[in-house]
Design a protein around this ligand. Structure first.
Ligand code: SF4
Length: 396
C-alpha cells in the first residue's frame, strides 16, 4: 500500500525513500515545522469534532487545547533548523494561525463535517494491485451538496493556482472518496493556507483524474522495479532524518560533532582544504603562464629572434601556418560535411564519436538488438571526478 507522501519521497530523493520505506529505518527526530503542523491539525480536529457534537468551542478553549497538546507532545528530538528561531516562535505561529482560522470560520456552520482525520484506502485499478491510503484532514458537505476535501497547510510558502491544480494528494483522495461513495458527483479540493488566511480551491475533471491514476500507476511500477536508489540533493536535505546514511551528507554530519581542533585535523577536511589551495594556485599559475607565453611570442616577433635565452633555459618560439576548417558549430561546417560526403570520401576523414555513442546507448535511443551488438565492445569502467564548490548558506 502506498501513500502520497511515500510517492513524493521517492520523487524527491530515491535514497531517502529506500531508507525510510524499504529498509524501514525509523528516526526519533522530527522537524519543528512538522510538529507545529501536527499540533494545529489536532486542534482543528478537536474543534470540528466538538461542532459535530453541537459544542462550539470558544477561541480561548481552542488555544488552551493547542497549548496543552504542544506541552504534552514536545520532546527533545524536535529539530529547529533555523538557528535564529526558538520553540516559542513556532508555538506563537501556530497560535496565530488558529486565531485567524477561527475568526474566518466560526461558528463553523457553513457546511456539515462528515469526518476529520479520515483514513481512506482504495485501489487505483480494478484488480486491486495498486493500493493507496491517505488521511483527509476534513471531509465536508455544503448545503448545495458539494463535497469539500479540506487540507490544512501550515507551511510558509503559498503556492499558485497552477501548482494546486496539479497537486496530486487531494486529487488522489478524490478518487478514493468517489470509489467509496460513487453517488458523490461534485467535489472541490480546498487547501487552507493558515499562515496566509487564504483558501485555494481546485476541481478535477474525470479525464484529469483518469490521467492521474495512470501516472500514479506508472510511478508505482517504477518504484517496484527500482534497483538503484540514488541520493538526490535538494533544499529538503536540511530536513532529512538520514544525514548519517547519505553519502552526500555523511561527512557534514560527522564533522559537525567535532571540536574546532579535531575538525581542522580531520583527514577529509585537510584534503579538501589542501586541494582547494592547490587548485587556486594552479589557476593563478595558468593565468600567468598564458600571459608570459604571449609576451614571449610578442618579444620574438618584435626583436626578430626565434630563440630567447634565459638563465638556465632557452625558449624556442616557432611561427607556423596551419590549415584550419570550420569547427562543429561554425559557419560553413554543414556545407563542408556535405561536400565530403557527396564525394564519397567521408570514411577517409571521419571516425566514430564514442561520446555520442555512449549518449545513444545510455539513452536507449537505438533498438535493443543493435544496442546488444554494440555493447559486445563496450565495458564499464569506474571513473571519478572531484568538483569543488563554495559551501552554501546553512552548510557553513
Ligand atoms: S540528505 Fe538529501 S540526498 Fe541525502 S538522503 Fe536525505 S534527502 Fe536524500
Amino acid at each position: 500500500v502506498y501513500s502520497h507522501s511515500q510517492l513524493s519521497t521517492y520523487e524527491e530523493c530515491p535514497l531517502k525513500y529506500k531508507l525510510c520505506y524499504r529498509d524501514g529505518i525509523k528516526r526519533d527526530t522530527e522537524g519543528v515545522e512538522g510538529f507545529l503542523g501536527n499540533m494545529v491539525h489536532e486542534t482543528l480536529k478537536k474543534c470540528y469534532d466538538n461542532v459535530k457534537l453541537t459544542k462550539l468551542s470558544t477561541l480561548d478553549e481552542l488555544l488552551t487545547c493547542y497549548h496543552s497538546l504542544w506541552q504534552k507532545n514536545w520532546h527533545d528530538d524536535i529539530v529547529i533548523t533555523k538557528k535564529e528561531l526558538t520553540p516559542e516562535h513556532y508555538h506563537n505561529l501556530g497560535r496565530k494561525m488558529l486565531e485567524i482560522y477561527y475568526q474566518r470560520h466560526a461558528p463553523f456552520d457553513k457546511d456539515i463535517t462528515i469526518g476529520t482525520e479520515m483514513r481512506i484506502r482504495f485501489s487505483l485499478d480494478d484488480g486491486g494491485k495498486y493500493q493507496l491510503q491517505g488521511l483527509i484532514d476534513r471531509l465536508s458537505r455544503t448545503p448545495d451538496g458539494i463535497h469539500h476535501i479540506n487540507d490544512y497547510k501550515t507551511s510558509a510558502y503559498l503556492p499558485g493556482q497552477e501548482d494546486i491544480d496539479n497537486d496530486r494528494q487531494l486529487a488522489l483522495y478524490q478518487i478514493g472518496i468517489q470509489k467509496k461513495w460513487p453517488d458523490i458527483k461534485e467535489i472541490r479540493l480546498v487547501w487552507h493556507y493558515l499562515a496566509f488566511d487564504r483558501e485555494l480551491v481546485s476541481a478535477r475533471s474525470a479525464e484529469k483524474l483518469a490521467d492521474l491514476a495512470q501516472n500514479t500507476i506508472r510511478l508505482i511500477d517504477e518504484i517496484e522495479l527500482a534497483e538503484e536508489f540514488l541520493p538526490q540533493e535538494s533544499g529538503l536535505c536540511d530536513w532529512c532524518e538520514y544525514p548519517d546514511l547519505c553519502p552526500n551528507r555523511k561527512h557534514f554530519y560527522t564533522v559537525e560533532a567535532l571540536s574546532i581542533i579535531e575538525y581542522l585535523n580531520e583527514p577529509g577536511v585537510v584534503l579538501v582544504n589542501r586541494y582547494a589551495e592547490l587548485r587556486e594556485k594552479a589557476r593563478e599559475i595558468d593565468e600567468e603562464t598564458t600571459k608570459v607565453k604571449e609576451a614571449l611570442v610578442e618579444y620574438a616577433r618584435r626583436e626578430g629572434v626565434t630563440v630567447i635565452r634565459g638563465s638556465d633555459r632557452k625558449a624556442r618560439v616557432k611561427f607556423d601556418e596551419k590549415l584550419k576548417f570550420p569547427g562543429k558549430s561554425e559557419p560553413g561546417r554543414k556545407e563542408l560535411d556535405e561536400a565530403i560526403a557527396k564525394a564519397g570520401k567521408w570514411h577517409d576523414v571521419s571516425q566514430l564519436d564514442t561520446t555520442a555513442l555512449t549518449r545513444v546507448i545510455e539513452g536507449g535511443l537505438w533498438d535493443k538488438a543493435l544496442i546488444d551488438e554494440v555493447m559486445k565492445y563496450g565495458r564499464i569502467e569506474e571513473t571519478n571526478a572531484v568538483y569543488l564548490s563554495k559551501l552554501k548558506e546553512g552548510e557553513e
